[in-house]
Design a protein around this ligand. Structure first.
Ligand code: T1G
Length: 693
């Protein structure tokens, strides 16, 4: 049983003990009921206290049980709470550290609640695409009021316990150890005559509930267009104005609807995917890590500056190395300007700006970075330049320093070979703007040490990045897959589509930005240079020539005010350009292609399945160790819609059999060679399985 029972001088203490966060899995729920039964059967026991071992009271229902028989196996959390509410002896929740989701609902089922100051209190179910399913939407409004409860449930955000002082949520809030206080409270309660209060007996009062709820419903509908849960949360909380059992029934209906939605599966997939990404199959979680107390960044350009900010934000000193003083000054000025802009928006205090800038130093000499624990180069993306830098680093960096390259496609093994310490070399591929994008691709060289990987994953968490380990290949995970996506986008133009139709179709699917708007933002000349390099290295890979023709027109994108679209100064809105569209139509003629009407569905299938197919190859080659890693790359680095869960989960939801059918259809069309299905897709489709099990 993952709940302990002991009696302390007439007070029974039930301790949830299901590491890491006392998730209310079936065995824990059983343990609580067994403990309650023992307490009620023992005449010497006058009251009961429920608390949690370790770092949480309870992090809520065990979300790993969702969509498995255990989730609904009795005693369900509802049944556990009913046992507590029917207790003839007072039950006190001793809440510390974290009480979230079902954990808070469990506490709300008790007669009394004592909390330690600073405990994080939340009903975060909405972030998993569901709603509090064990009475939270009915009991929370009864103890903190309709508006405060609705806000907590619709946002899912944690609130420190002391904010609820004076409400019926907590009868006492204590500094320090909550258990002794709760036991004393229970002893007092036991001496008082019953009946002891039940939250369900309280009434929700609001002077204009109807008006408030109508406003809330409209507000939520406006911002949650891809997610059904927030709207259902409003409906469930509105039911708290009805008799308790009716409200509970309506809450249950809402929960059962949401838990089976694809959006909830996507959100739960992302929740676990984020955590699973930090686990590297052959790197034990107790691998010793190196201390990182001083970071050096080589290059004060856009990437170097953004990279530096991540460490400054985490309170880690950074020294930036450049070759010219004016480059250093420009870089530092950009960093300061970014912080000042955040301060102007109220996101940062001026004191914090100065504190972070105070951690930044600069130099023109490699000698000044020799004591850095981690050195990240963000210099020009050309192997010769990398070679010069890493040979120099090999000379000056102290033994044990981690030498990281921010390269976005170059061979990290080759870069490591420029040093006598390949075990200390790793790729840390940040995404622009590096101080904003959450994704960090950690590129593992053949010789990269396991402790180096463990250290970089630890540092990534500290600088609030979602780190995903990639093997060495051209483009690692994200860029290798986007290559195939871009190829299909170009082919669609050759066959009959125009940029605006392609972008609109995939943005309707949920992407933040379609391929042509993205090209204009990133710079079409970057892809142009890569295609020229590829033409030499991989002549068999064909692309639509339209992107090259566009660059030959000097239309590099927003930076030149014109790309696939036109742009007006100060306006990032894309305006279709007749000459570009004429060029595309003319190119089809030059190819002898009779342009055809292409459906939005085909556009979405070809762009997304191109990602899926390449992702499957990346999995087969071991470049990525799990499908959820690929999904995390796309959710955090490429604007893939969160409500779809990432390309690999989306393919699972469509069904790999159907994905394969579509790919085989496209294989008969224009440049069908691009649709050779990855063997893994054929295998899983034949077995009726998905990438994520
Ligand atoms: N179930 C199962 N595992 C969980 C879990 C949960 N609820 N919460 C966390 N974990 C795992 C997590 O995967 C990781 O595992 C480890 O615990 C540490 O997590 C009926 C139905 C609690 C604030 O949404 O917000 O109750 O990677 O790295 O930073 O209405 O975890 O170590 O193997 O995040 O200290 C509602 C989700 C559930 C809370 C701790 N509850 N969790 O943060 O550690 S639905 C939640 C969190 C529900 C009821 C409904 C955080 C945390 P591993 P961590 P942390």
């Amino acid at each position: 049983m993952t709940a302990q029972y002991q009696v302390q001088d007439g007070i029974a203490v039930i301790t949830l003990d299901n590491p890491p966060v006392n998730g209310l899995g079936h065995s824990t729920r059983l343990g609580i009921v067994e403990g309650m039964t023992r307490a009620l059967d023992d005449a010497a026991v006058k009251a009961v206290v429920i608390t949690g071992a370790g770092k949480a009271f309870s992090g809520g229902a065990d979300i790993r049980e969702f969509n498995t028989p255990k989730a609904t196996q009795e005693p369900t959390l509802h049944s556990v709470i009913k046992v507590i509410e029917n207790s003839t002896k007072p039950v006190v929740a001793a809440v510390h550290s974290v009480a979230m989701g079902g954990g808070l609902e469990l506490a709300l089922g008790c007669n009394y609640r004592v909390a330690s100051k600073g405990a994080q209190i939340a009903l975060p179910e909405v972030k998993l695409g569901i709603l509090p399913g064990a009475g939270g939407t009915q009991r929370l409004p009864r103890v903190i009021g309709l508006e405060a409860a609705l806000n907590m449930i619709v946002t899912g955000n944690p609130v420190p316990s002391e904010k609820f002082a004076g409400t019926k949520l907590f009868d006492e809030i204590v500094d320090g150890d909550v258990l002794p206080a709760a036991i004393a409270f229970a002893r007092n309660a036991a001496s008082a005559s019953g009946p002891h209060p039940k939250v369900r007996d309280l009434k929700v009062r609001h002077e204009n509930a109807e008006g408030f709820l109508a406003f809330a419903k409209n507000t939520v509908a406006a911002v949650a267009k891809n997610f059904p849960a927030p709207g259902k949360c409003v409906e469930a909380v509105a039911a708290s104005l009805k008799p308790f059992d009716e409200g509970l029934r309506l809450e249950r209906e809402g929960f059962m609807f949401l838990v089976n939605t694809p959006e909830s599966r996507a959100l739960r997939h992302a929740f676990f995917g984020e955590r699973a990404a930090s686990k590297i199959p052959d790197v034990p979680s107790d691998t010793p890590t190196r201390k990182i107390e001083k970071v050096a960044v080589i290059g004060a350009g856009t990437m170097g500056g953004g990279i530096s900010m991540n460490f400054l934000n985490a309170g880690i000193p950074v020294i930036v190395l450049e070759t010219k003083q004016e480059a250093l000054e420009r870089g530092v000025a950009t960093i300061r300007r970014n912080y000042e802009n955040s301060a102007k928006k109220g996101k940062l205090t001026q004191e914090k700006v100065e504190q972070r800038m105070g951690l930044l130093s600069t130099t023109l000499s490699y000698d000044d970075i020799k004591d850095a624990d981690l050195i990240i180069e963000a210099v020009f993306e050309e192997m010769g330049v990398k070679e010069t830098v890493f040979k120099k680093l090999d000379e000056v960096a102290k033994p044990g320093a981690i030498l990281a390259s921010n390269t976005s496609t170059l061979d990290v093994n080759k870069i490591a070979s420029f040093t006598k310490r390949p075990q200390d070399v790793v790729g840390m591929h940040f995404f622009s703007p590096a101080n904003v994008m959450k994704l960090l691709e950690v590129v593992r060289g053949d010789k990269t040490g396991k402790d180096v990987l463990a250290t970089v994953m630890q540092v990534a968490k500290k600088i609030k990045k979602t780190a995903v380990v990639s093997g060495v290949c051209d483009g690692f995970i994200g860029n290798r897959m986007i290559e195939q996506y871009s190829r299909q986008a170009g082919y669609l133009l050759d066959e009959g589509a125009l940029p605006e139709q392609v972008d609109k179709a995939i943005e309707k699917f949920g992407f933040a930005m379609g391929p042509f708007r993205m090209g204009d933002l990133a710079g079409n000349d970057i892809g142009w240079a890569i295609r020229k390099r590829r033409a030499v290295e991989k002549p068999d890979i064909q692309y639509s020539k339209t992107a090259d023709l566009l660059c030959e027109m000097g239309r590099f994108g927003q930076k030149t005010g014109a790309g696939w679209y036109d742009y007006k100064p100060g306006d990032r809105k894309p305006y279709p350009n007749p000459q570009v569209n004429e060029m595309i139509v003319q190119h089809s003629k030059d190819l002898g292609i009779t342009r055809r009407k292409i459906s939005d569905e085909e556009i979405v299938e070809r762009l997304v399945y191109a990602l899926v197919n390449e992702g499957a190859k990346i999995l087969e080659e071991g470049i990525a160790s799990k499908a959820s890693d690929i999904d995390m790359v796309y959710l955090t680095g490429y604007g893939f819609p969160l409500h779809r869960g990432g390309p690999m989960l989306y393919a699972d939801q469509v069904g790999l059999f159907n994905v394969l059918q579509a790919m085989q259809r496209y294989a008969k069309g224009y440049h069908g060679e691009a649709w050779e299905p990855a063997p893994l897709i054929k295998k899983l489709a034949a077995e009726g399985k998905g990438f994520n099990g």
